[in-house]
Design a protein around this ligand. Structure first.
Ligand code: F6R
Length: 361
């Protein structure tokens, strides 16, 4: 059942190349220049999009916002479902769309948010993995992530599949609105098409590096995860994975927020996992790393070959342009948490106090 892997989580991390190729199947036109999303053809491109979700699915939404705003020029708000459902719905307009993201399709708060949006006459699009789930049934339209069953309580391949669908939505709406050129769409689709092979080839080395670094830090009590731009949601996700699996306290922060308080916590026993990928915001992240090191904080830097930086532990992963590099950073974060938890003897597939599907508020 675990296909030779020690845990379902590890199996599911290694399934991500397949998740991407499955997710792309049938989603491109014949010359592979534009995205096909027949589920959205009859819906207008939203004036504004409200993404509502919980946990890891919320992090996917935060990441997807950047692509939807950049490529499709759709203003996006991302909200935690348990907060959204108890706020006044002043921002919901008839021309808006609500996108609920849920692997299980059964999360109580996300389902409640969907119902509120519908009561307000707003179109609700569901992004779900489980076919026929409550959210899939109640949404005005549904896109399936097709990640296959996710057994491990901690979500891994589901996030990858959500990110893929959000990327496709951004490309689809972008070309439909005419704000993204067909050429740009084609280039990004080409990158996505090559991604399964690239990821497949990179995962074994990534796993080895995760093992090495996790051994060194497994005894610490606290961790910061820092990122900017599209790496900020990844920082949140990295911290969530580490705390839920290894029970090590971890906080994900927008790197620029450190000096507004959290940096006071830094000392030699409080390491930082910095997402320092080779993108436009790298110089900013590097200066945040220097600030941490100036307070004797140790830094693990997840970065790309050729990037010059100073870190106690450097972790190079293959580079991809812009936000699509997240598809390579995500499994590194997952493997680091997996290896830390396994080394500490924790129950990786069934962490304490957690359930796979949160059907109560
Ligand atoms: C974390 C995790 C949870 C879920 C959250 C939402 O690893 O699995 O944070 O992402 O409970 O679940 P879904 O996506 O099923 O609504």
């Amino acid at each position: 059942q675990k296909g030779g892997y020690r845990h379902f989580m590890l199996k599911e991390i290694f399934e991500q190349p397949r998740v991407i190729s499955d997710g792309l199947t049938g989603r491109m036109n014949d010359d592979k220049s534009m995205v096909r999303l027949a589920e959205l053809d009859d819906l207008p491109v939203p004036k504004r999009l409200h993404i509502v979700a919980c946990g890891t699915s919320y992090h996917s939404g935060l990441w997807g916002r950047l692509l939807l705003e950049h490529w499709a020029r759709v203003p996006v708000q991302v909200e935690i479902a348990s907060e959204f459902r108890y706020r006044d719905t002043l921002l919901l307009d008839k021309d808006d769309m609500v996108l609920v993201i849920s692997q299980s399709g059964e999360t109580a708060d996300t389902l409640a948010a969907l119902r509120i949006a519908k009561q307000n006459g707003v179109t609700v699009l569901g992004l779900c993995n489980v076919v026929g789930s409550s959210i899939a049934r109640e949404a005005s339209a549904v896109l399936y992530t097709q990640a296959g069953p996710e057994i491990s309580v901690a979500s891994t391949k589901a996030m990858c599949s959500q990110m893929l669908m959000l990327t496709l939505m951004a490309l689809y709406w972008g070309t439909r609105k005419g704000c993204l050129s067909v050429e740009e769409s084609r280039n990004n689709l080409q990158i996505l098409e090559n991604l399964p092979a690239l990821l497949d080839g990179s995962l074994p080395a990534m796993h080895e590096r995760a093992k090495e670094i996790s051994r060194k830090y497994a005894q610490v009590n606290n961790f910061f995860y820092l990122g900017r731009g599209h790496c900020y949601p990844l920082a949140l996700e990295g911290a969530l994975k580490l705390k839920e699996l290894s029970y090590i306290h971890a906080e994900g922060y927008a790197a620029g927020e450190m000096k507004h308080g959290p940096i006071a916590l830094i000392d030699p026993s409080f390491p930082t996992f910095a997402l320092a990928l080779d993108d436009a915001l790298l110089p900013k992240v590097k200066s945040n790393m220097v600030e941490v090191q100036a307070r004797q904080g140790q830094v693990i830097a997840l970065t790309n070959k050729g990037v010059e930086l100073d870190a106690e532990d450097r972790w190079d992963i293959p580079a991809l342009p812009g936000p699509l590099s997240a598809f390579l950073a995500l499994p590194a974060l997952q493997l680091f948490s997996y290896e830390t938890a396994d080394y500490l003897g924790k129950d990786v597939d069934q962490p304490r106090n957690l359930a796979k599907s949160v059907t109560v508020e």
